[in-house]
Ligand binder design. Sequence first.
Ligand SMILES: *[C@@H]1O[C@H](CO)[C@@H](O)[C@H](O)[C@H]1NC(C)=O
Ligand SMILES: *[C@@H]1O[C@H](CO)[C@@H](O)[C@H](O)[C@H]1NC(C)=O
Ligand SMILES: *[C@@H]1O[C@H](CO)[C@@H](O)[C@H](O)[C@H]1NC(C)=O
Length: 428
Amino acid sequence: MASAPFLLSFLLICSAFSLHFSNANFVLPVVKDTIKSQYYTSLLVGNHPSTRVYLVIDLGNQWSWFACDLYGYNTTSHELPCDSPKCELYAPGTFCSAGSCGVDAYTPWSRGLYSNGLLEDTTRVYKQTKQNSLAQVLSKADLPNFPFTCANKGPLKGLSPHTKGVVTLARVLVSLHSQISSTFKVPRKFALCLPSSTSSGYNGAIYFGGSPDYLSKSLITTPLVINPNSTSPIYSPGDASVEYFIKVRSIKVDGTPIRFSPSLLSFDIKEGVGGTKISTMDPYTVLHSEIYKTLVNVFVTKATAMKMTRVASVAPFGVCFSSKSVVNNAKTGPTVPIIDIIMDGKSPLLHNKNARWRIYGANSMVKVSDSVMCLGFVDGGLEPVTSIVIGGKQMEDNLVEIDLETSKLGVTSSLLRMGTNCSKFKGI
Ligand SMILES: *[C@@H]1O[C@H](CO)[C@@H](O)[C@H](O)[C@H]1NC(C)=O
Ligand SMILES: *[C@@H]1O[C@H](CO)[C@@H](O)[C@H](O)[C@H]1NC(C)=O
Ligand SMILES: *[C@@H]1O[C@H](CO)[C@@H](O)[C@H](O)[C@H]1NC(C)=O
């Protein structure tokens, strides 16, 4: 169970590193719950006294929330009245919950929603400042009006037991990144560095306002697109999705394009389905059955040619191999067929070819036991809301940047960043 020393050691070791940022920069540590495959951070909420809360990072939630009572959190916060301008801004046309701005706490696994009033309280993030030309120093910075709601135990079902809520990084005004950008006047961008394990001694990080220079130089970018149809459990007609979608053009395995109906890659506004998003709440990439089946077929053919031996599959995966039959590469992980997600946008880093999200063994293979590893993609059935959901495993140890100034998603090309980690923070 993560506790206070996690943040303390994060702070100390972080200050000892010299990171270079192009912009003023804010940062939070990220830890992986390896059992649940969820990624969480910690925030201090309130002033006298403050309460430390552990929250799962969600790119798709409409609200940040936690089980206030379980943390003994006393409302030093103020409730936003339902007729206040902020309520109208944050939750247009919402309901009134005992006179305050009504919002809902939920996770992707929730059967129901927990409705309560929207609160504001101070929370604390870490600010990276340049002291002289070189040294970077971490200091605490107060975010005075962080919006969230208090839930009961109900919506905790499915969340990492180390946490009691979620912090949202969705495309909404109440999200942590948008609060940081508007309060501290830093560029509207944030980047996730999800850690692959906790045992390595390295924490991951979320960078707000700008990514470290050494990583932003190797970002392959693609335009963010808006899904006109909401993907949230509750929405009003005409609401667009608050999640981050990109336009995928094709998927290749070791250079061979896989075949499936191209229409799955577009939005079908009649049905409100389709497209490609990124999600930290899905541990592995989830594909529409049609895409999944063809990916697996091509992958298995290529793997067999590489003398990889198939073994019985282990749920939720459909294809597994004997680890003994796979060579391990120190930098890119298990040597398996490379999966490329070809996206919209030309990349100067790739000689102006289409941007691609290159997935090596380190991000495609999941070790399920000492002798078995599986392809870390899962079958999403024939009627998923979103055709391709790029999950946590495929983002780990890469920097995934959401730049809302330029409306682009950037991902570090593994090849270009070989030998560097997206976070140098130690801790836990
Ligand atoms: C909340 O308030 C109660 C009663 O005033 C007090 O006993 C408790 O210590 C407070 N908890 C926190 C975390 O401040
Ligand atoms: C999807 O969004 C479009 C544009 O707002 C709308 O016309 C359409 O009815 C929506 N589809 C569904 C299934 O809600
Ligand atoms: C990167 O992090 C991994 C653990 O996630 C660690 O084993 C490795 O030594 C690190 N590499 C560098 C170059 O810092």
